[in-house]
Design a protein around this ligand. Structure first.
Ligand code: 5GP
Ligand code: MN
Length: 339
């Protein structure tokens, strides 16, 4: 964000405002963490703040401070529409265009409020009045920290706000294993510890609260549904609706499964295809300079980052996997020379 833009936002927020915080569909730790950190901060600044997510978030994020303030558009449409209508300022966190908010897209598009984007995805859409869009960062949570710091308010970051920011940083970096080659990420993390967070506890709350079904689904996916194509340095897992039903699938249970493909030596591209009601979720991950954002965009009309991207496919599970496997020869050279 340009300094002049930040000055514009600071002066906009000088008097108490009605603010709505929004994030993307299928919200993850960074989406919820950044939204709730911003909620805590803006409340301290004296604004009237609501948080709206398009659809429910997974249970392993429900421990977060301020979580009870969240409205779910899918389930509480009237309340959400009223918040959109009333809002003078709308923060758009962890997504790069209004096409990422599911059924909330139209009402948000038509909202009269000033829209402020804070995000780390490539190619932001021209849907916002102010844009704080930075790719080279761990997470939107880190950018929320930067934003608060830019407003001169790091003193207002307390233990609860810090816990939200930390949760987003660890979930978007796989606990500091990717998208984290930045000195600044660790300086910010150090400050979060200074604010009193218990990082070990947060890690347990996020990663050690699986249901038995989720753990068994992971085991099944790896032992029965993993295909490794060494020739193309690629591994993929495909899960049908019956597979998910068998393990009593709950929102969030397939999160992180895709990463296991990358843990095989020599594998540079990993994919997970999982069947939901009427849609196949495509999750892509890669190592080094191989961009899954390009593949998600070109073949599945999705997007994301260089090393983590996603999309929805409206073809069958078999057709979706076939498209993926058939494009691999075109990328063989790139997949062989990843650095
Ligand atoms: P995941 O595989 O965890 O669902 O998503 C990985 C990354 O890609 C996330 O940063 C997410 O925001 C982005 N992403 C996931 N699905 C989509 C999609 O349908 N469209 C776009 N543009 N980005 C997506
Ligand atoms: Mn993110």
């Amino acid at each position: 964000m340009q300094k002049s833009e930040l000055i514009g936002i600071i002066s906009l927020l000088e008097t108490p405002k009605k603010i709505l915080i929004t994030t993307h569909t299928n919200p993850d730790g960074d989406a919820i963490g950044s939204s709730l950190a911003m909620f805590g901060y803006l409340q301290k600044k004296g604004h009237t703040v609501s948080v709206m997510i398009p659809d429910p978030d997974p249970a392993f994020l429900h421990w977060m401070p301020f979580h009870s303030s969240i409205l779910v558009f899918r389930d509480q449409q009237e309340l959400c529409l009223a918040s959109i209508e009333k809002a003078e300022v709308i923060f758009c966190l962890d997504y790069n265009g209004l096409g990422r908010v599911s059924d909330a897209e139209e009402p948000l598009r038509n909202a009269r409020a000033i829209k402020i984007l804070i995000d780390h995805h490539r190619n932001p859409a021209p849907d916002f009045n102010y844009m704080f869009s930075i790719i080279e960062t761990s997470s939107t949570c880190e950018l929320v920290y930067d934003f608060i710091a830019g407003c001169g308010d790091t003193g207002l970051i307390d233990k609860d706000i810090a816990a939200c920011i930390y949760a987003g940083i660890i979930t978007d970096t796989g606990s500091f294993s990717y998208s984290c080659n930045y000195e600044k990420t660790y300086l910010i993390t150090a400050d979060l510890y200074r604010k009193g967070i218990d990082g070990e506890r947060i890690h347990r709350l996020v990663y050690d609260t699986y249901s038995e079904g989720r753990l068994r689904l992971l085991g099944f996916a790896i032992s029965e549904k993993l295909v490794v194509l060494h020739e193309f340095h690629t591994a993929y897992i495909y899960l049908s609706k019956e597979d998910l039903d068998r393990f009593d699938y709950q929102v969030g249970d397939t999160e992180d499964i895709v990463n296991y493909g990358l843990s095989v030596a020599g594998i540079n591209l990993a994919a997970l295809f999982s069947e939901r009601d009427g849609v196949i979720r495509v999750s892509l991950r890669s190592k080094g300079n191989f961009s899954v954002n390009d593949i998600a965009h070109k073949y599945f009309n999705g997007g994301g980052h260089v090393n983590a991207a996603g999309a929805n496919s409206y073809l069958s599970l078999e057709e979706t996997v076939r498209i993926f496997v058939e494009m691999l020869p075109d990328y063989k050279e790139k997949l062989t020379s990843v650095y």
